[in-house]
Structures are given as C-alpha cells and as structure tokens.
Design a protein around this ligand. Structure first.
Ligand code: HEC
Ligand code: HEC
Length: 244
C-alpha cells in the first residue's frame, strides 16, 4: 500500500510535472499572449532567436522577466517566484535552439512598396527619415513578431499600443477633433489629428470626449495590397533592426 502510493507519486511527477513541461505551462500562461506559443513572436518579438538583445546572459534574462523593459510594452512579472523565473530562463534559452522559419516575402520589394505606393513614411520614421504621426519603425523587426506586423497592416485597430489610442472630442461650440491622444490629465487632453496638427483641449469645454478602442489613425491596407505584397512588406518590416 505504502509502496503503491510512492510509485503513483513518482509516475505523476514524471508525467505531468516534469520540469520542461512546467516551464512551458508557465510560459503559456504568462508570456504566450504576447510572444506566441513556442515564443515565435506576436505583440512581443520572437524569442526563438540565437541572440537576445536585452539578455546577454541568464542573469540579464531573469531581470528582464522579473522587471520588464522600461519604456516598452514588456511588463514586469512580480507575481512570479524565483523558481518560476529560473524555469522560464531555461525555457527561453531552449527556444533559441529552434531554427527560425524564414518569412515568405521579399524585403527588397517590401522596401520599394514602403517608400513608393504605400507612402508609409508620411507617418512613420525609419532611421531618422519620415513623419512622426505613427510610431518610429527603425527597430520594429526587433520589437514585434511577424504575425503582429501583418495584423498591423491588415487590421491596425486590433494592435494599437496605449500611446496611440484614438479619441474623439466635440467642443461645446460644435467643433469635432479626431486624433491620437498624446497626453491626458484630469483637466486637459492633448490630441494630434490626422494632419499632424496639435490640439490642447480643456475638458470643461467639451461636450463629447471618448476613447475609440479598436480604432487606429492608420487605415487598413488589407484590400489594396495583394497577399504577396503584404508578405513583402512584412519581410521588410521584420528586417528593420538597426537603432537610428
Ligand atoms: C504585454 C505583452 C508582453 C508580455 C505579457 C510579455 N512580454 Fe516579453 N516583451 C514584450 C515586448 C513588446 C518586448 C520588446 C520590448 C522592446 O524591446 O521594445 C518584449 C521583450 C522581451 C524579451 C527581450 C527580447 C530580446 O530580444 O532581448 C524577453 C527575453 C521577454 N520579453 C520575455 C518574456 C517572458 C519570459 C514573458 C513571460 C513571463 C514575457 N516576455 C511577457 C511584450 C510582452
Ligand atoms: C496616416 C498615418 C499612417 C500611415 C500612412 C501609415 N501608418 Fe502605420 N501606424 C500609424 C499609427 C498612428 C500607428 C499606431 C496605432 C496602431 O498601431 O494602429 C501605426 C502603427 C503601425 C505599425 C505597428 C507598430 C508597433 O510597433 O506597434 C506598423 C508595423 C505600421 N504602422 C506600418 C505601416 C506601414 C508599413 C505603412 C504603409 C503601408 C503604414 N504603417 C502607414 C499611422 C500610419
């Protein structure tokens, strides 16, 4: 009887609770929503790469996991214990041994599209060139995964980072302002409209002020680019990896 219980426990611990399995479960619960199952990338970058820019060694990796990365969308994970963090470090390192799948598109054609018909630089900067209405894309290939990049082009409203939330304001004298919320406190809100004009509004002077979740200042390119052109553009964006 006693022996049977011991065997059952031994079996359970090899079946369900083997270290690799547990680490994967922790990753799936806390990290996969941004980094993808298997760490292939999404709102966060792919972790299945040979070199992690913010985590040269395991100590740095543990710190990234625990504290997040300042001024980025990588959050801290203070709810995780030291043991869980250690398991995640091992798991993330194991991902780098998986060979990355090459993207289907052609980055050179994507670049031509970006600079030409796409006119993306009206709103985006790459290596110091372009507009500042949308986020700087100089290292977007390091900060986002390919799936997220594709979604940004096809359904931009689904991938809006917090600092690009759209708002709609109507003043009491009937003026309507739509744009990106640049800043907000209890009394005022600063909005940059599609034309790049800056508006500082006193909230008491507004009859309507609403956040428009799910909407982006960027339109969808899903219908005027072919599937192959989208692949090319994603390949180009994924290749942008140099700090300006
Ligand atoms: C809310 C989304 C989100 C969640 C959840 C998240 N991350 Fe991240 N992570 C990001 C983003 C975005 C970056 C890229 C930051 C940058 O460099 O701009 C990042 C960066 C990283 C990096 C650095 C990559 C490099 O190239 O150096 C590591 C490592 C990492 N995350 C691991 C994790 C782990 C492990 C978890 C789970 C405990 C996790 N992340 C949870 C969004 C997320
Ligand atoms: C009218 C201005 C405008 C134009 C033109 C525009 N964008 Fe955007 N873009 C934005 C804004 C604003 C955001 C932030 C909100 C969001 O994520 O949808 C954004 C977000 C993005 C993101 C997500 C970046 C991140 O890190 O979350 C990518 C990638 C992107 N744009 C690529 C492109 C490409 C490629 C083109 C050209 C085909 C393009 N954009 C054209 C305004 C624009």
């Amino acid at each position: 009887m006693f022996r049977l219980a011991a065997i059952t426990i031994a079996l359970l611990s090899t079946a369900g609770l083997a270290p690799a399995q547990t680490a994967k479960a922790i990753f799936d619960a806390h990290c996969a929503r941004c980094h993808g199952i298997g760490g292939t990338g999404g709102e966060g970058p792919s972790l299945a790469v040979p070199v992690l820019r913010h985590a040269a060694d395991d100590e740095a990796l543990a710190s990234v996991i625990e504290n997040g990365i300042d001024a980025t969308d990588m959050p801290g994970n203070w709810m995780l214990g030291a043991n869980e963090i250690e398991q995640l470090v091992q798991y993330v390192r194991s991902l780098s041994r998986v060979e990355a799948r090459p993207l289907p598109g052609d980055a050179k054609r994507g670049k031509a599209l970006y600079e030409g018909r796409g006119a993306c630089s009206v709103c985006h900067m790459v290596a110091g060139d372009g507009g500042a209405i949308g986020p700087d894309l100089s290292i977007v290939g390091l900060t986002r995964g390919a799936e997220y990049l594709r979604a940004s082009l096809v359904s931009p409203g689904e991938t809006v980072a917090d600092r690009y939330v759209m708002v709609r304001a109507v003043t009491k004298d009937g003026r309507e302002i739509d744009g990106v919320r640049v800043n907000e406190d209890s009394f005022t809100v600063q909005v940059r409209d599609v034309a790049g004009r800056f508006h500082s509004l006193d909230k008491r002077s507004l009859s309507v002020f609403e956040k428009q979740r799910g909407e982006s200042l960027m339109r969808s390119y899903g219908s005027d680019l072919s599937a192959a052109e989208l692949d090319d553009l994603v390949a180009y964006l994924a290749s942008l990896r140099e700090e300006p």
